[in-house]
Design a binder for this molecule. Structure first.
Ligand SMILES: Nc1nc2c(ncn2[C@@H]2O[C@H](COP(=O)(O)OP(=O)(O)OP(=O)(O)O)[C@@H](O)[C@H]2O)c(=O)[nH]1
Length: 335
């Protein structure tokens, strides 16, 4: 009701102004409406995804573009497990970003399932970006993924040379040349997510390749990923910190419950940290529980930032024997 009244007032005000400037006002109104219609006609929207070998900088780039920490980053390869969407909003465009796990030659059942997630995602998007680090030579892993792109002829393709802050200008130029020889790209863009350089150029290029269409999401959306998945990812990221061996592939986190305490600025989060073997349980827990305490403290700090309340984190370490090769266990973890 209130809103209607206010709108009514505004219309009246506008009518007054029209009367005062009889010659120009109707024309102005017409022009404004026409401009809005033209803007709507030019508005672009669509889906974009980043592929590349493990550690190529995909998650970091997506976070830099969306401006909120939603996909986990780590110095360990193959740590992105979910196709997380982030949305970049602009007046003239909306980019929906789908983050994919690193595409790689599958060795385990988990690897195969990840690849099938990647393939479903790629079949659906408007633009595929292949990320190749500036500071490492193009290798068989990059070529394998580049060849896979042949299977998705509908999508436009951009090559992104990542981590340019880690290479000299000359090395970046050489990498751009090497990348250009892989295939006919719609664009090739060198960027640094850490320095934030060339990200605007990349977004411009992406937008230019999207189809004309209305916004797909509300303006305040940055991610569709459910809260428990986001919190699970934060805990997994904390658990991966400082683990030097093969453990990253064996860690999985599930959330049982997220319960705000009534009348208090405090949320209880109940989570399980799954490993594959008893020996790994020992590594995670550490001497006298010291490592687990650290993981809990690190994860809690990140979760508090996400939830905006204090957090009590109940974190339990459990063993799911060889879950990466077990279809039942994989199903339980959502693969
Ligand atoms: N110096 C520098 N480091 C970067 C940049 N982008 C990413 N990194 C680092 O490279 C490592 C891997 O980055 P991620 O974003 O996790 O890579 P990813 O491709 O998502 O990796 P997976 O999840 O394994 O597929 C991390 O240690 C990042 O901090 C960059 O622009 N500059």
């Amino acid at each position: 009701m209130m809103e209607h009244d206010q709108q009514g007032d505004q219309h009246e005000d506008a009518a007054h102004e029209d009367a005062a400037n009889e010659d120009t006002a109707p024309e102005d109104t017409g022009r404004a409406a026409q401009q809005a219609a033209e803007r709507a006609e030019r508005h672009r929207s669509g889906f974009v995804t980043f592929v590349g070998r493990p550690n190529a900088g995909k998650s970091t780039l997506m976070n830099a573009l969306v401006g909120e920490k939603i996909a986990i980053t780590s110095s360990k390869p193959q740590t992105t497990r979910h196709a997380i969407r982030g949305v970049v909003h602009r007046d003239d465009a909306q980019l929906v970003i789908v983050d994919t796990p690193g595409m790689h030659k599958p060795r385990t059942l988990l690897g195969q399932r990840l690849n099938s997630v990647v393939k479903t995602t790629l079949g659906d998007v408007d633009v595929i970006c292949l990320c190749i680090p500036a500071d490492e030579p193009i290798g068989p892993g990059d070529r394998y993924i580049d060849q896979q792109l042949e299977g998705f002829p509908r999508a436009r393709k951009i090559a992104i040379v990542t981590k340019t802050d880690r290479a000299s200008k000359k090395a970046v130029a050489a990498q751009l040349l090497a990348v250009s020889e892989l295939r006919e790209w719609d664009a090739i863009v060198p960027i640094s997510s850490v320095k934030g350089s060339q990200l605007d150029v990349l977004v411009d290029q992406l937008v230019a390749l999207l189809p004309v269409g209305p916004p797909l999401y509300e303006a305040d959306t940055t991610t569709e990923e459910s809260l428990s998945v986001r919190l699970a990812e934060l805990i997994r990221e904390a658990a991966l910190e400082g683990v030097r061996d093969e453990l990253p592939h064996s860690i999985m986190v599930t959330i049982d419950d997220i319960v705000p305490r009534e009348g208090r600025d405090l949320t209880d989060v109940y989570a399980n940290l799954w490993v594959e073997r008893d020996s790994q349980k020992g590594i995670i827990i550490g001497k006298g529980g010291s490592r687990l305490r650290q993981v809990g403290a690190d994860a809690r700090a990140e979760i508090e930032r996400t939830l905006g309340t204090q957090v009590h984190l109940d974190l339990r370490v459990k063993v799911a024997k060889e879950w990466q090769g077990d279809p039942k266990q994989l199903g339980r973890f959502g693969f």
